[in-house]
Design a protein around this ligand. Structure first.
Ligand code: NDP
Length: 435
């Protein structure tokens, strides 16, 4: 805390990992002597820059942009770009730190990074978003590269924004390289990248359920968020026989007791990404659904929960409510949606709980595959990619289980994921000496 004043999210993320790692490294002198955890918790560099752009009314607007390059011990820095008014250096440092462990867990050669700006894309015209993205890339381009740092999308950055940023990168450098992932299929993007995070989170959930002889058929699922991760998680839950009851956004949540089927999910995707509407309008569009302003969906009785919106959206009391209502499994689609108190509630109740760094790694894994396809200058088939995604998620489940097994009937996946991710990065750092 003293080292990082005013950075509560970053301190929270490091504290969570440190709690698990201390036990593991207690009898391993090499990690202590080399101060490995402290080195991973100090980003390689934090770049901060001005992003100046002109709105439609001709006003000059000034935003702050960042790229946090946390660690490149096992591959080029890799991690998304977030555009949201809540973006701060603390938020991006926590995300870059988490990303380092997550990327290691995928088994692919990717280091950890994250970037973004305190820009609010809501209510902005297409032209304003384009000008902002171009201005952002006009500074960012000098810090990234296909073998250096490969950003992707995150909250507020989808296909449209990646397109504008890739276009500007290409224009400045005159190079067509795989410098961003999440690209459109026409210009080097990968099939299933859009679906991968949400689908992957549900594959991880299924792996956890299997350890208790269960699956998703007939299970009631509560999901938060209504963006990329939430809608694709919902799609996979429905495909695997479950029933989705909720979606949310920053204004509240909707509850549809009849279940949100594929047709309704398609409506939400269209509504949020094309019309850029609010989730509250779902309750006007579908009979029987209700909107709950300013609330999160954790009070709705369910078997499984998937927080897929943002950090610290599921607090200690929410966790207690979920457990009391009989929820048996939680898989984090978002990054750090559950606060530390909530994580402890889930651990104490011994329910199946998958932290974001394990459960939501499917997106970056397919990004890693997009990088491979770009390097080879070819596009792999959808079926092959689907198989690889399932395989990677099962691999992450196996690694987290190997280091997180507490007893025959309980696995601490948080601990398992932290240790497995740490070990890979730490061992690479040991090989490099003091750098
Ligand atoms: P989107 O921008 O597509 O959707 C974000 C969703 O979360 C929206 O419904 C948004 O509502 C809601 N939200 C954002 N901020 C807040 C807030 N402060 N309070 C309540 N709700 C909020 O983003 P993604 O779906 O891509 O990302 C969601 C989460 O998943 C993030 O934590 C992200 O880091 C994580 N993630 C994403 C990956 C990806 O591949 N996209 C990969 C791995 C993790 P509103 O419209 O009102 O803003």
């Amino acid at each position: 805390k003293k080292r990082n004043p005013g950075q509560p999210e970053f301190v929270q993320a490091v504290q969570e990992v440190a709690e698990d790692i201390y036990d593991f490294i207690e009898d391993k002198e090499q990690y202590h002597a080399q101060q490995i955890l402290r080195r991973i918790a100090e980003p390689d560099r934090v770049i901060s820059f001005r992003v100046c752009w002109q709105d439609d009314a001709g006003n000059i607007r000034v935003q702050r942009g960042w790229r946090v390059q946390n660690n490149n011990a096992i591959g080029p820095y890799k991690g998304g770009i977030r555009f949201h008014p809540s973006v701060t250096e603390s938020v991006l440092k926590f995300l870059a730190f988490e990303q380092t462990f997550k990327n290691a867990l995928t088994g692919l050669p990717m280091g950890g990074g994250k970037g973004g700006a305190n820009f609010n894309p809501k209510g902005k015209s297409d032209g304003e978003v384009m000008r902002f993205c171009q201005s952002f890339m006009t500074e960012l381009y000098r810090h990234i590269g296909a073998d250096v740092d490969v950003p992707a999308g995150d909250i507020g950055v989808g296909g449209r924004e990646i397109g504008y940023m890739f276009g500007q990168y290409k224009r400045i450098t005159n190079q067509f390289t795989g410098v961003l992932t999440g690209k459109g299929l026409e210009y080097g993007g990968s099939l299933i990248r859009t679906e991968a995070t949400g689908y992957g989170a549900v594959y991880f959930l299924l792996e956890m359920l299997k350890t208790r002889g269960q699956d998703l058929i007939g299970k009631q699922a509560v999901i938060s968020g209504s963006g990329n991760v939430a809608t694709h998680a919902a799609e996979k839950v429905v495909q695997l026989g479950g029933k989705v009851l909720t979606f949310s956004d920053s204004q509240g949540f909707i509850h549809d007791p009849d279940g949100i089927d594929q047709e309704k999910i398609n409506w939400v995707k269209e509504h949020k990404t094309k019309r850029r509407g609010r989730i509250s309008e779902y309750a006007d569009a579908f009979k029987g659904a209700t909107f709950h302003e300013g609330q999160t969906p954790w009070g709705v009785t369910c078997d499984v929960a998937l927080p897929c919106a943002t950090q610290n959206e599921l607090l200690g009391d929410d966790a207690r409510t979920l457990v009391k209502n009989g929820c048996i499994a939680v898989a984090e689609g978002a990054n750090m949606p559950t606060n530390l108190e909530g994580v402890h509630v889930f651990k104490d109740a011994r329910i199946l709980f998958a932290p974001g760094k394990a459960a939501n790694a499917g997106g970056v894994a397919v990004s890693g595959l997009e990088m491979s396809q770009n390097s080879q200058r070819r596009a792999w088939k959808e079926d092959d990619l689907q198989v690889l995604l399932v395989d990677i998620m099962q691999g992450i489940h196996a690694s987290a289980s190997a280091y997180g097994k507490v007893s025959a009937d309980y696995t601490d996946y948080v601990k398992g994921a932290n240790i497995a991710g740490f070990k890979k990065v730490a061992d690479a750092m040991l090989a490099f000496g003091v750098v």
